[in-house]
Design a binder for this molecule. Structure first.
Ligand SMILES: Nc1ncnc2c1ncn2[C@@H]1O[C@H](COP(=O)(O)OP(=O)(O)OP(=O)(O)O)[C@@H](O)[C@H]1O
Length: 658
């Protein structure tokens, strides 16, 4: 080893990942080439941009390209078959090599770590590799040894990194590295049964580049050996004489996919491009193309993935939509082109009239970018809407994967709320395992029903057994069951869809009795209500006082059929879950007092009414009231303010009753 050379151990997770790669049974081993070419192409994009921005950077950007070299080991028995992918792009410094290649970099997330720990058998590696897309390391599926030689643009020395994919790698500084990076693979023997093709064969490489990387905008070159007829001085072939010549051939067409008409691009080309821009290995669920002409010219090629990335709800997620200006790559993950709630959309936007010098700060202020974002948002939403109508299966996949993120738009993007509601799906009491759209909900509404009923909570199991649902269920009213935290947010204010308002069944007054009654029936019901009101007036007043620290008032309920009591909020008061969310985010809130509603037909309530009438000063009635309130709170999945006190009351009662 040279001076400055070091042998370093891989981190535990990296070792585990490499082990998975080395012993991989992943059926698509060819993907390693796409990853290397993709990295090389990114490196060239970065260099071009860097050179444009930093005029003092001493680099040659005259002939930026990717080169592939193969050696089939024909030199002798022990000559190694190698494949080299070389670029003259941005390169890496020694520190970058250690950070980006030597460690598990961004893939070292908790999720991958957890899955790696579970992936004990080789079979589960297939799924894992496909799901995470494991860039540079995928080379170990096809190589016994990987060598990376790289020199950062503008740097004086280069770095050589080498590993056999086992416990360690070596790294050393080298003087003679050309600018850019070369990745040299010592290939494993071809084994078609194991999906290992002959990657030292010219025709294999030619095919793979066509298939996976044709759209790469930089030339991908290879030296091709050809046998040609020898020509005489006049350029005429000499009979019976041939010669071997080496020619440089460009393997890819390099046509920007977004600039080509949609019907001329195959599904396969779109898929490979999707994988390139998104660094994902799944298939796109939907391809979206858009060409805008007029004052703001741009072309967009966007993809909705078929699988949510593991980091969809993490803060420092990367890789969104890329920005190009007139075919020149400007930046990855351009947040300003897509609203946060559509952050899973991948792809490319190529704008005609921006400066190549544009920075993230400028973009945020740019009128043109805002206009593009509005157009793209509408286009993505209308595509999802079409999907819903035309391909329910795909729509279901979409909603399962991305619905939670999309619903954030109901809060963040009021301008598109109606469309967002129309593409949303919700759990509902209508079906135990199918979600419903609002359109379908409305079609099933009962005669006389004016509002869309919903109930929020922490889980379906919890809300499904909430006392608030009793009368709705008994009378056949469908209720949406909203259990994502974001549901608390968008239902926090008035919401309408197709002229129908949303109403929480745990808030405000509901009167299901009146919905389908005639005028006479309504009058009779009103008379009965008044009579009941009188009958219970004393009890309700007393309860309001006895439980005054916890509730605003007590009243009779028309939502209950089985439970003795439930607790409801005012129409626009915070739900307990929303209060909890606000508190968890550090905001101070005064506690919201809600209303205790009683079921006048329940024996506990009639018993309490009679006991209060007969023994108004009996102290044990206050305990009964507290127990009644506590059980109502527990039944809706709420939390008791003083569980120990409640437990003691209950224990005492039980003891006395035995
Ligand atoms: N040819 C190259 N030139 C310059 N930098 C490179 C090159 N190849 C890889 N890198 C750097 O190493 C990093 C890690 O590469 P790797 O392929 O493992 O992951 P990735 O491309 O970032 O993402 P993914 O894992 O999703 O493919 C890259 O992000 C890039 O910064």
């Amino acid at each position: 080893m040279n001076a400055g050379a070091e042998e370093r151990e891989f981190q535990a997770e990296t070792r585990q990942l490499l082990d998975l790669m080395v012993h991989s049974v992943y059926s698509n081993k060819d993907s390693f080439l796409r990853e290397l070419v993709s990295n090389a192409s990114d490196a060239l994009d970065k260099l071009r941009l860097e050179a444009y921005r930093d005029k003092d950077l001493s680099v040659d950007t005259g002939d930026l390209h990717i080169e592939i070299d193969i050696s089939d080991g024909a030199g002798g028995d022990d000559a190694t078959r190698t494949l080299t992918v070389r670029d003259n792009g941005i390169g890496m410094s020694r520190d970058e090599v250690v950070d980006l290649i030597g460690t598990l970099a961004k893939s070292g997330t908790a999720e991958l770590r957890r899955k790696l720990a579970d992936a004990k058998d080789a079979a589960s590696s297939d799924d894992l590799i496909g799901q995470f897309g494991i860039g540079f390391y995928s080379t170990f599926m096809v190589a016994d040894k990987v060598t990376l030689v790289t020199r950062k643009a503008g740097g004086a020395t280069g770095t050589r990194w080498e590993s056999a994919g086992e416990g360690s790698y070596t790294i050393e500084t080298v003087d003679d590295a050309p600018q850019g990076s070369s990745v040299i693979l010592d290939l494993k023997p071809a084994d078609t049964e194991d999906h290992l093709h002959d990657y030292a064969s010219e025709s294999t490489i030619r095919q793979l580049i066509k298939k996976y990387s044709d759209f790469i905008s930089w030339p991908i070159r290879m030296q091709i050996e050809r046998t040609k007829p020898v020509e005489d001085a006049d350029g005429e072939p000499v009979e019976g004489q041939t010669e071997t010549v080496i020619e440089t051939e460009t393997l890819n067409s390099g046509k920007a996919l977004w600039a080509r008409p949609r019907d001329e691009v195959s599904e396969e080309e779109y898929r490979e491009f999707y994988r390139h821009v998104s660094h994902a290995w799944d298939d796109p669920l939907e391809v979206i193309t858009l060409t805008a002409e007029g004052s703001f010219e741009f072309q967009a090629l966007l993809f909705i993935p078929s699988q949510a990335p593991y980091d969809l709800f993490m803060r420092d997620r990367a890789h969104g939509v890329q920005l190009y200006v007139k075919r020149v790559f400007i930046m990855d993950d351009c947040d300003d082109l897509m609203p946060e709630y559509l952050r899973f959309v991948k792809g490319v936007v190529d704008a005609a009239d921006l400066s190549l010098n544009v920075s993230r700060e400028i973009l945020q202020q740019d009128r043109q970018i805002r206009a593009i974002r509005r157009r793209l948002t509408k286009k993505v939403l209308s595509t999802i809407k079409e999907l819903r109508g035309q391909d329910p299966e795909k729509y279901r996949t979409f909603w399962t994967q991305f619905g939670r993120a999309v619903k954030e738009g109901l809060v963040a993007d009021p301008d598109n709320r109606e469309t967002l509601l129309s593409i949303s799906s919700f759990d509902s009491t209508h079906s135990a395992d199918e979600t419903t759209t609002l359109e379908d909900y409305i079609a099933r509404m009962k005669v006389g029903q004016e509002t869309i009923y919903y109930l929020t909570g922490e889980s379906r199991a919890q809300v499904e057994h909430s006392p608030h649902l009793e009368a709705f269920r008994a009378k056949g009213y469908e209720v949406l069951l909203l259990t994502d935290p974001v549901d608390e947010m968008w239902t926090g204010g008035p919401v309408e869809f197709e002229g129908k308002t949303f109403q929480s069944i745990a808030k405000g007054e509901v009167d299901l009795d009146d919905a389908d009654k005639s005028e006479d029936e309504k009058k009779a019901a009103e008379t009965e209500r008044e009579a009941r009101g009188k009958e219970y007036a004393d009890l309700l007043e007393w309860l309001g006082g006895a439980l005054g620290d916890s509730v605003k008032e007590a009243r009779l309920s028309s939502r209950l059929t089985e439970s003795p009591a439930c607790i409801v909020g005012d129409t626009f008061s915070f739900s307990p879950q929303l209060e909890k969310l606000y508190r968890a985010s550090g905001q101070e809130l005064p506690p919201t007092k809600r209303i205790l509603e009683l079921n006048p037909d329940h024996p506990l309530v009639t018993g309490l009414r009679d006991a209060h009438r007969d023994r108004p000063d009996d102290a044990s009635l206050t305990e009964a009231a507290e127990l009644l309130y506590g059980t109502a709170l527990l039944a809706e999945g709420g939390e008791l303010a003083d569980p120990a006190h409640f437990a003691k009351l209950l224990t005492d009662r039980l003891t006395r009753s035995l």
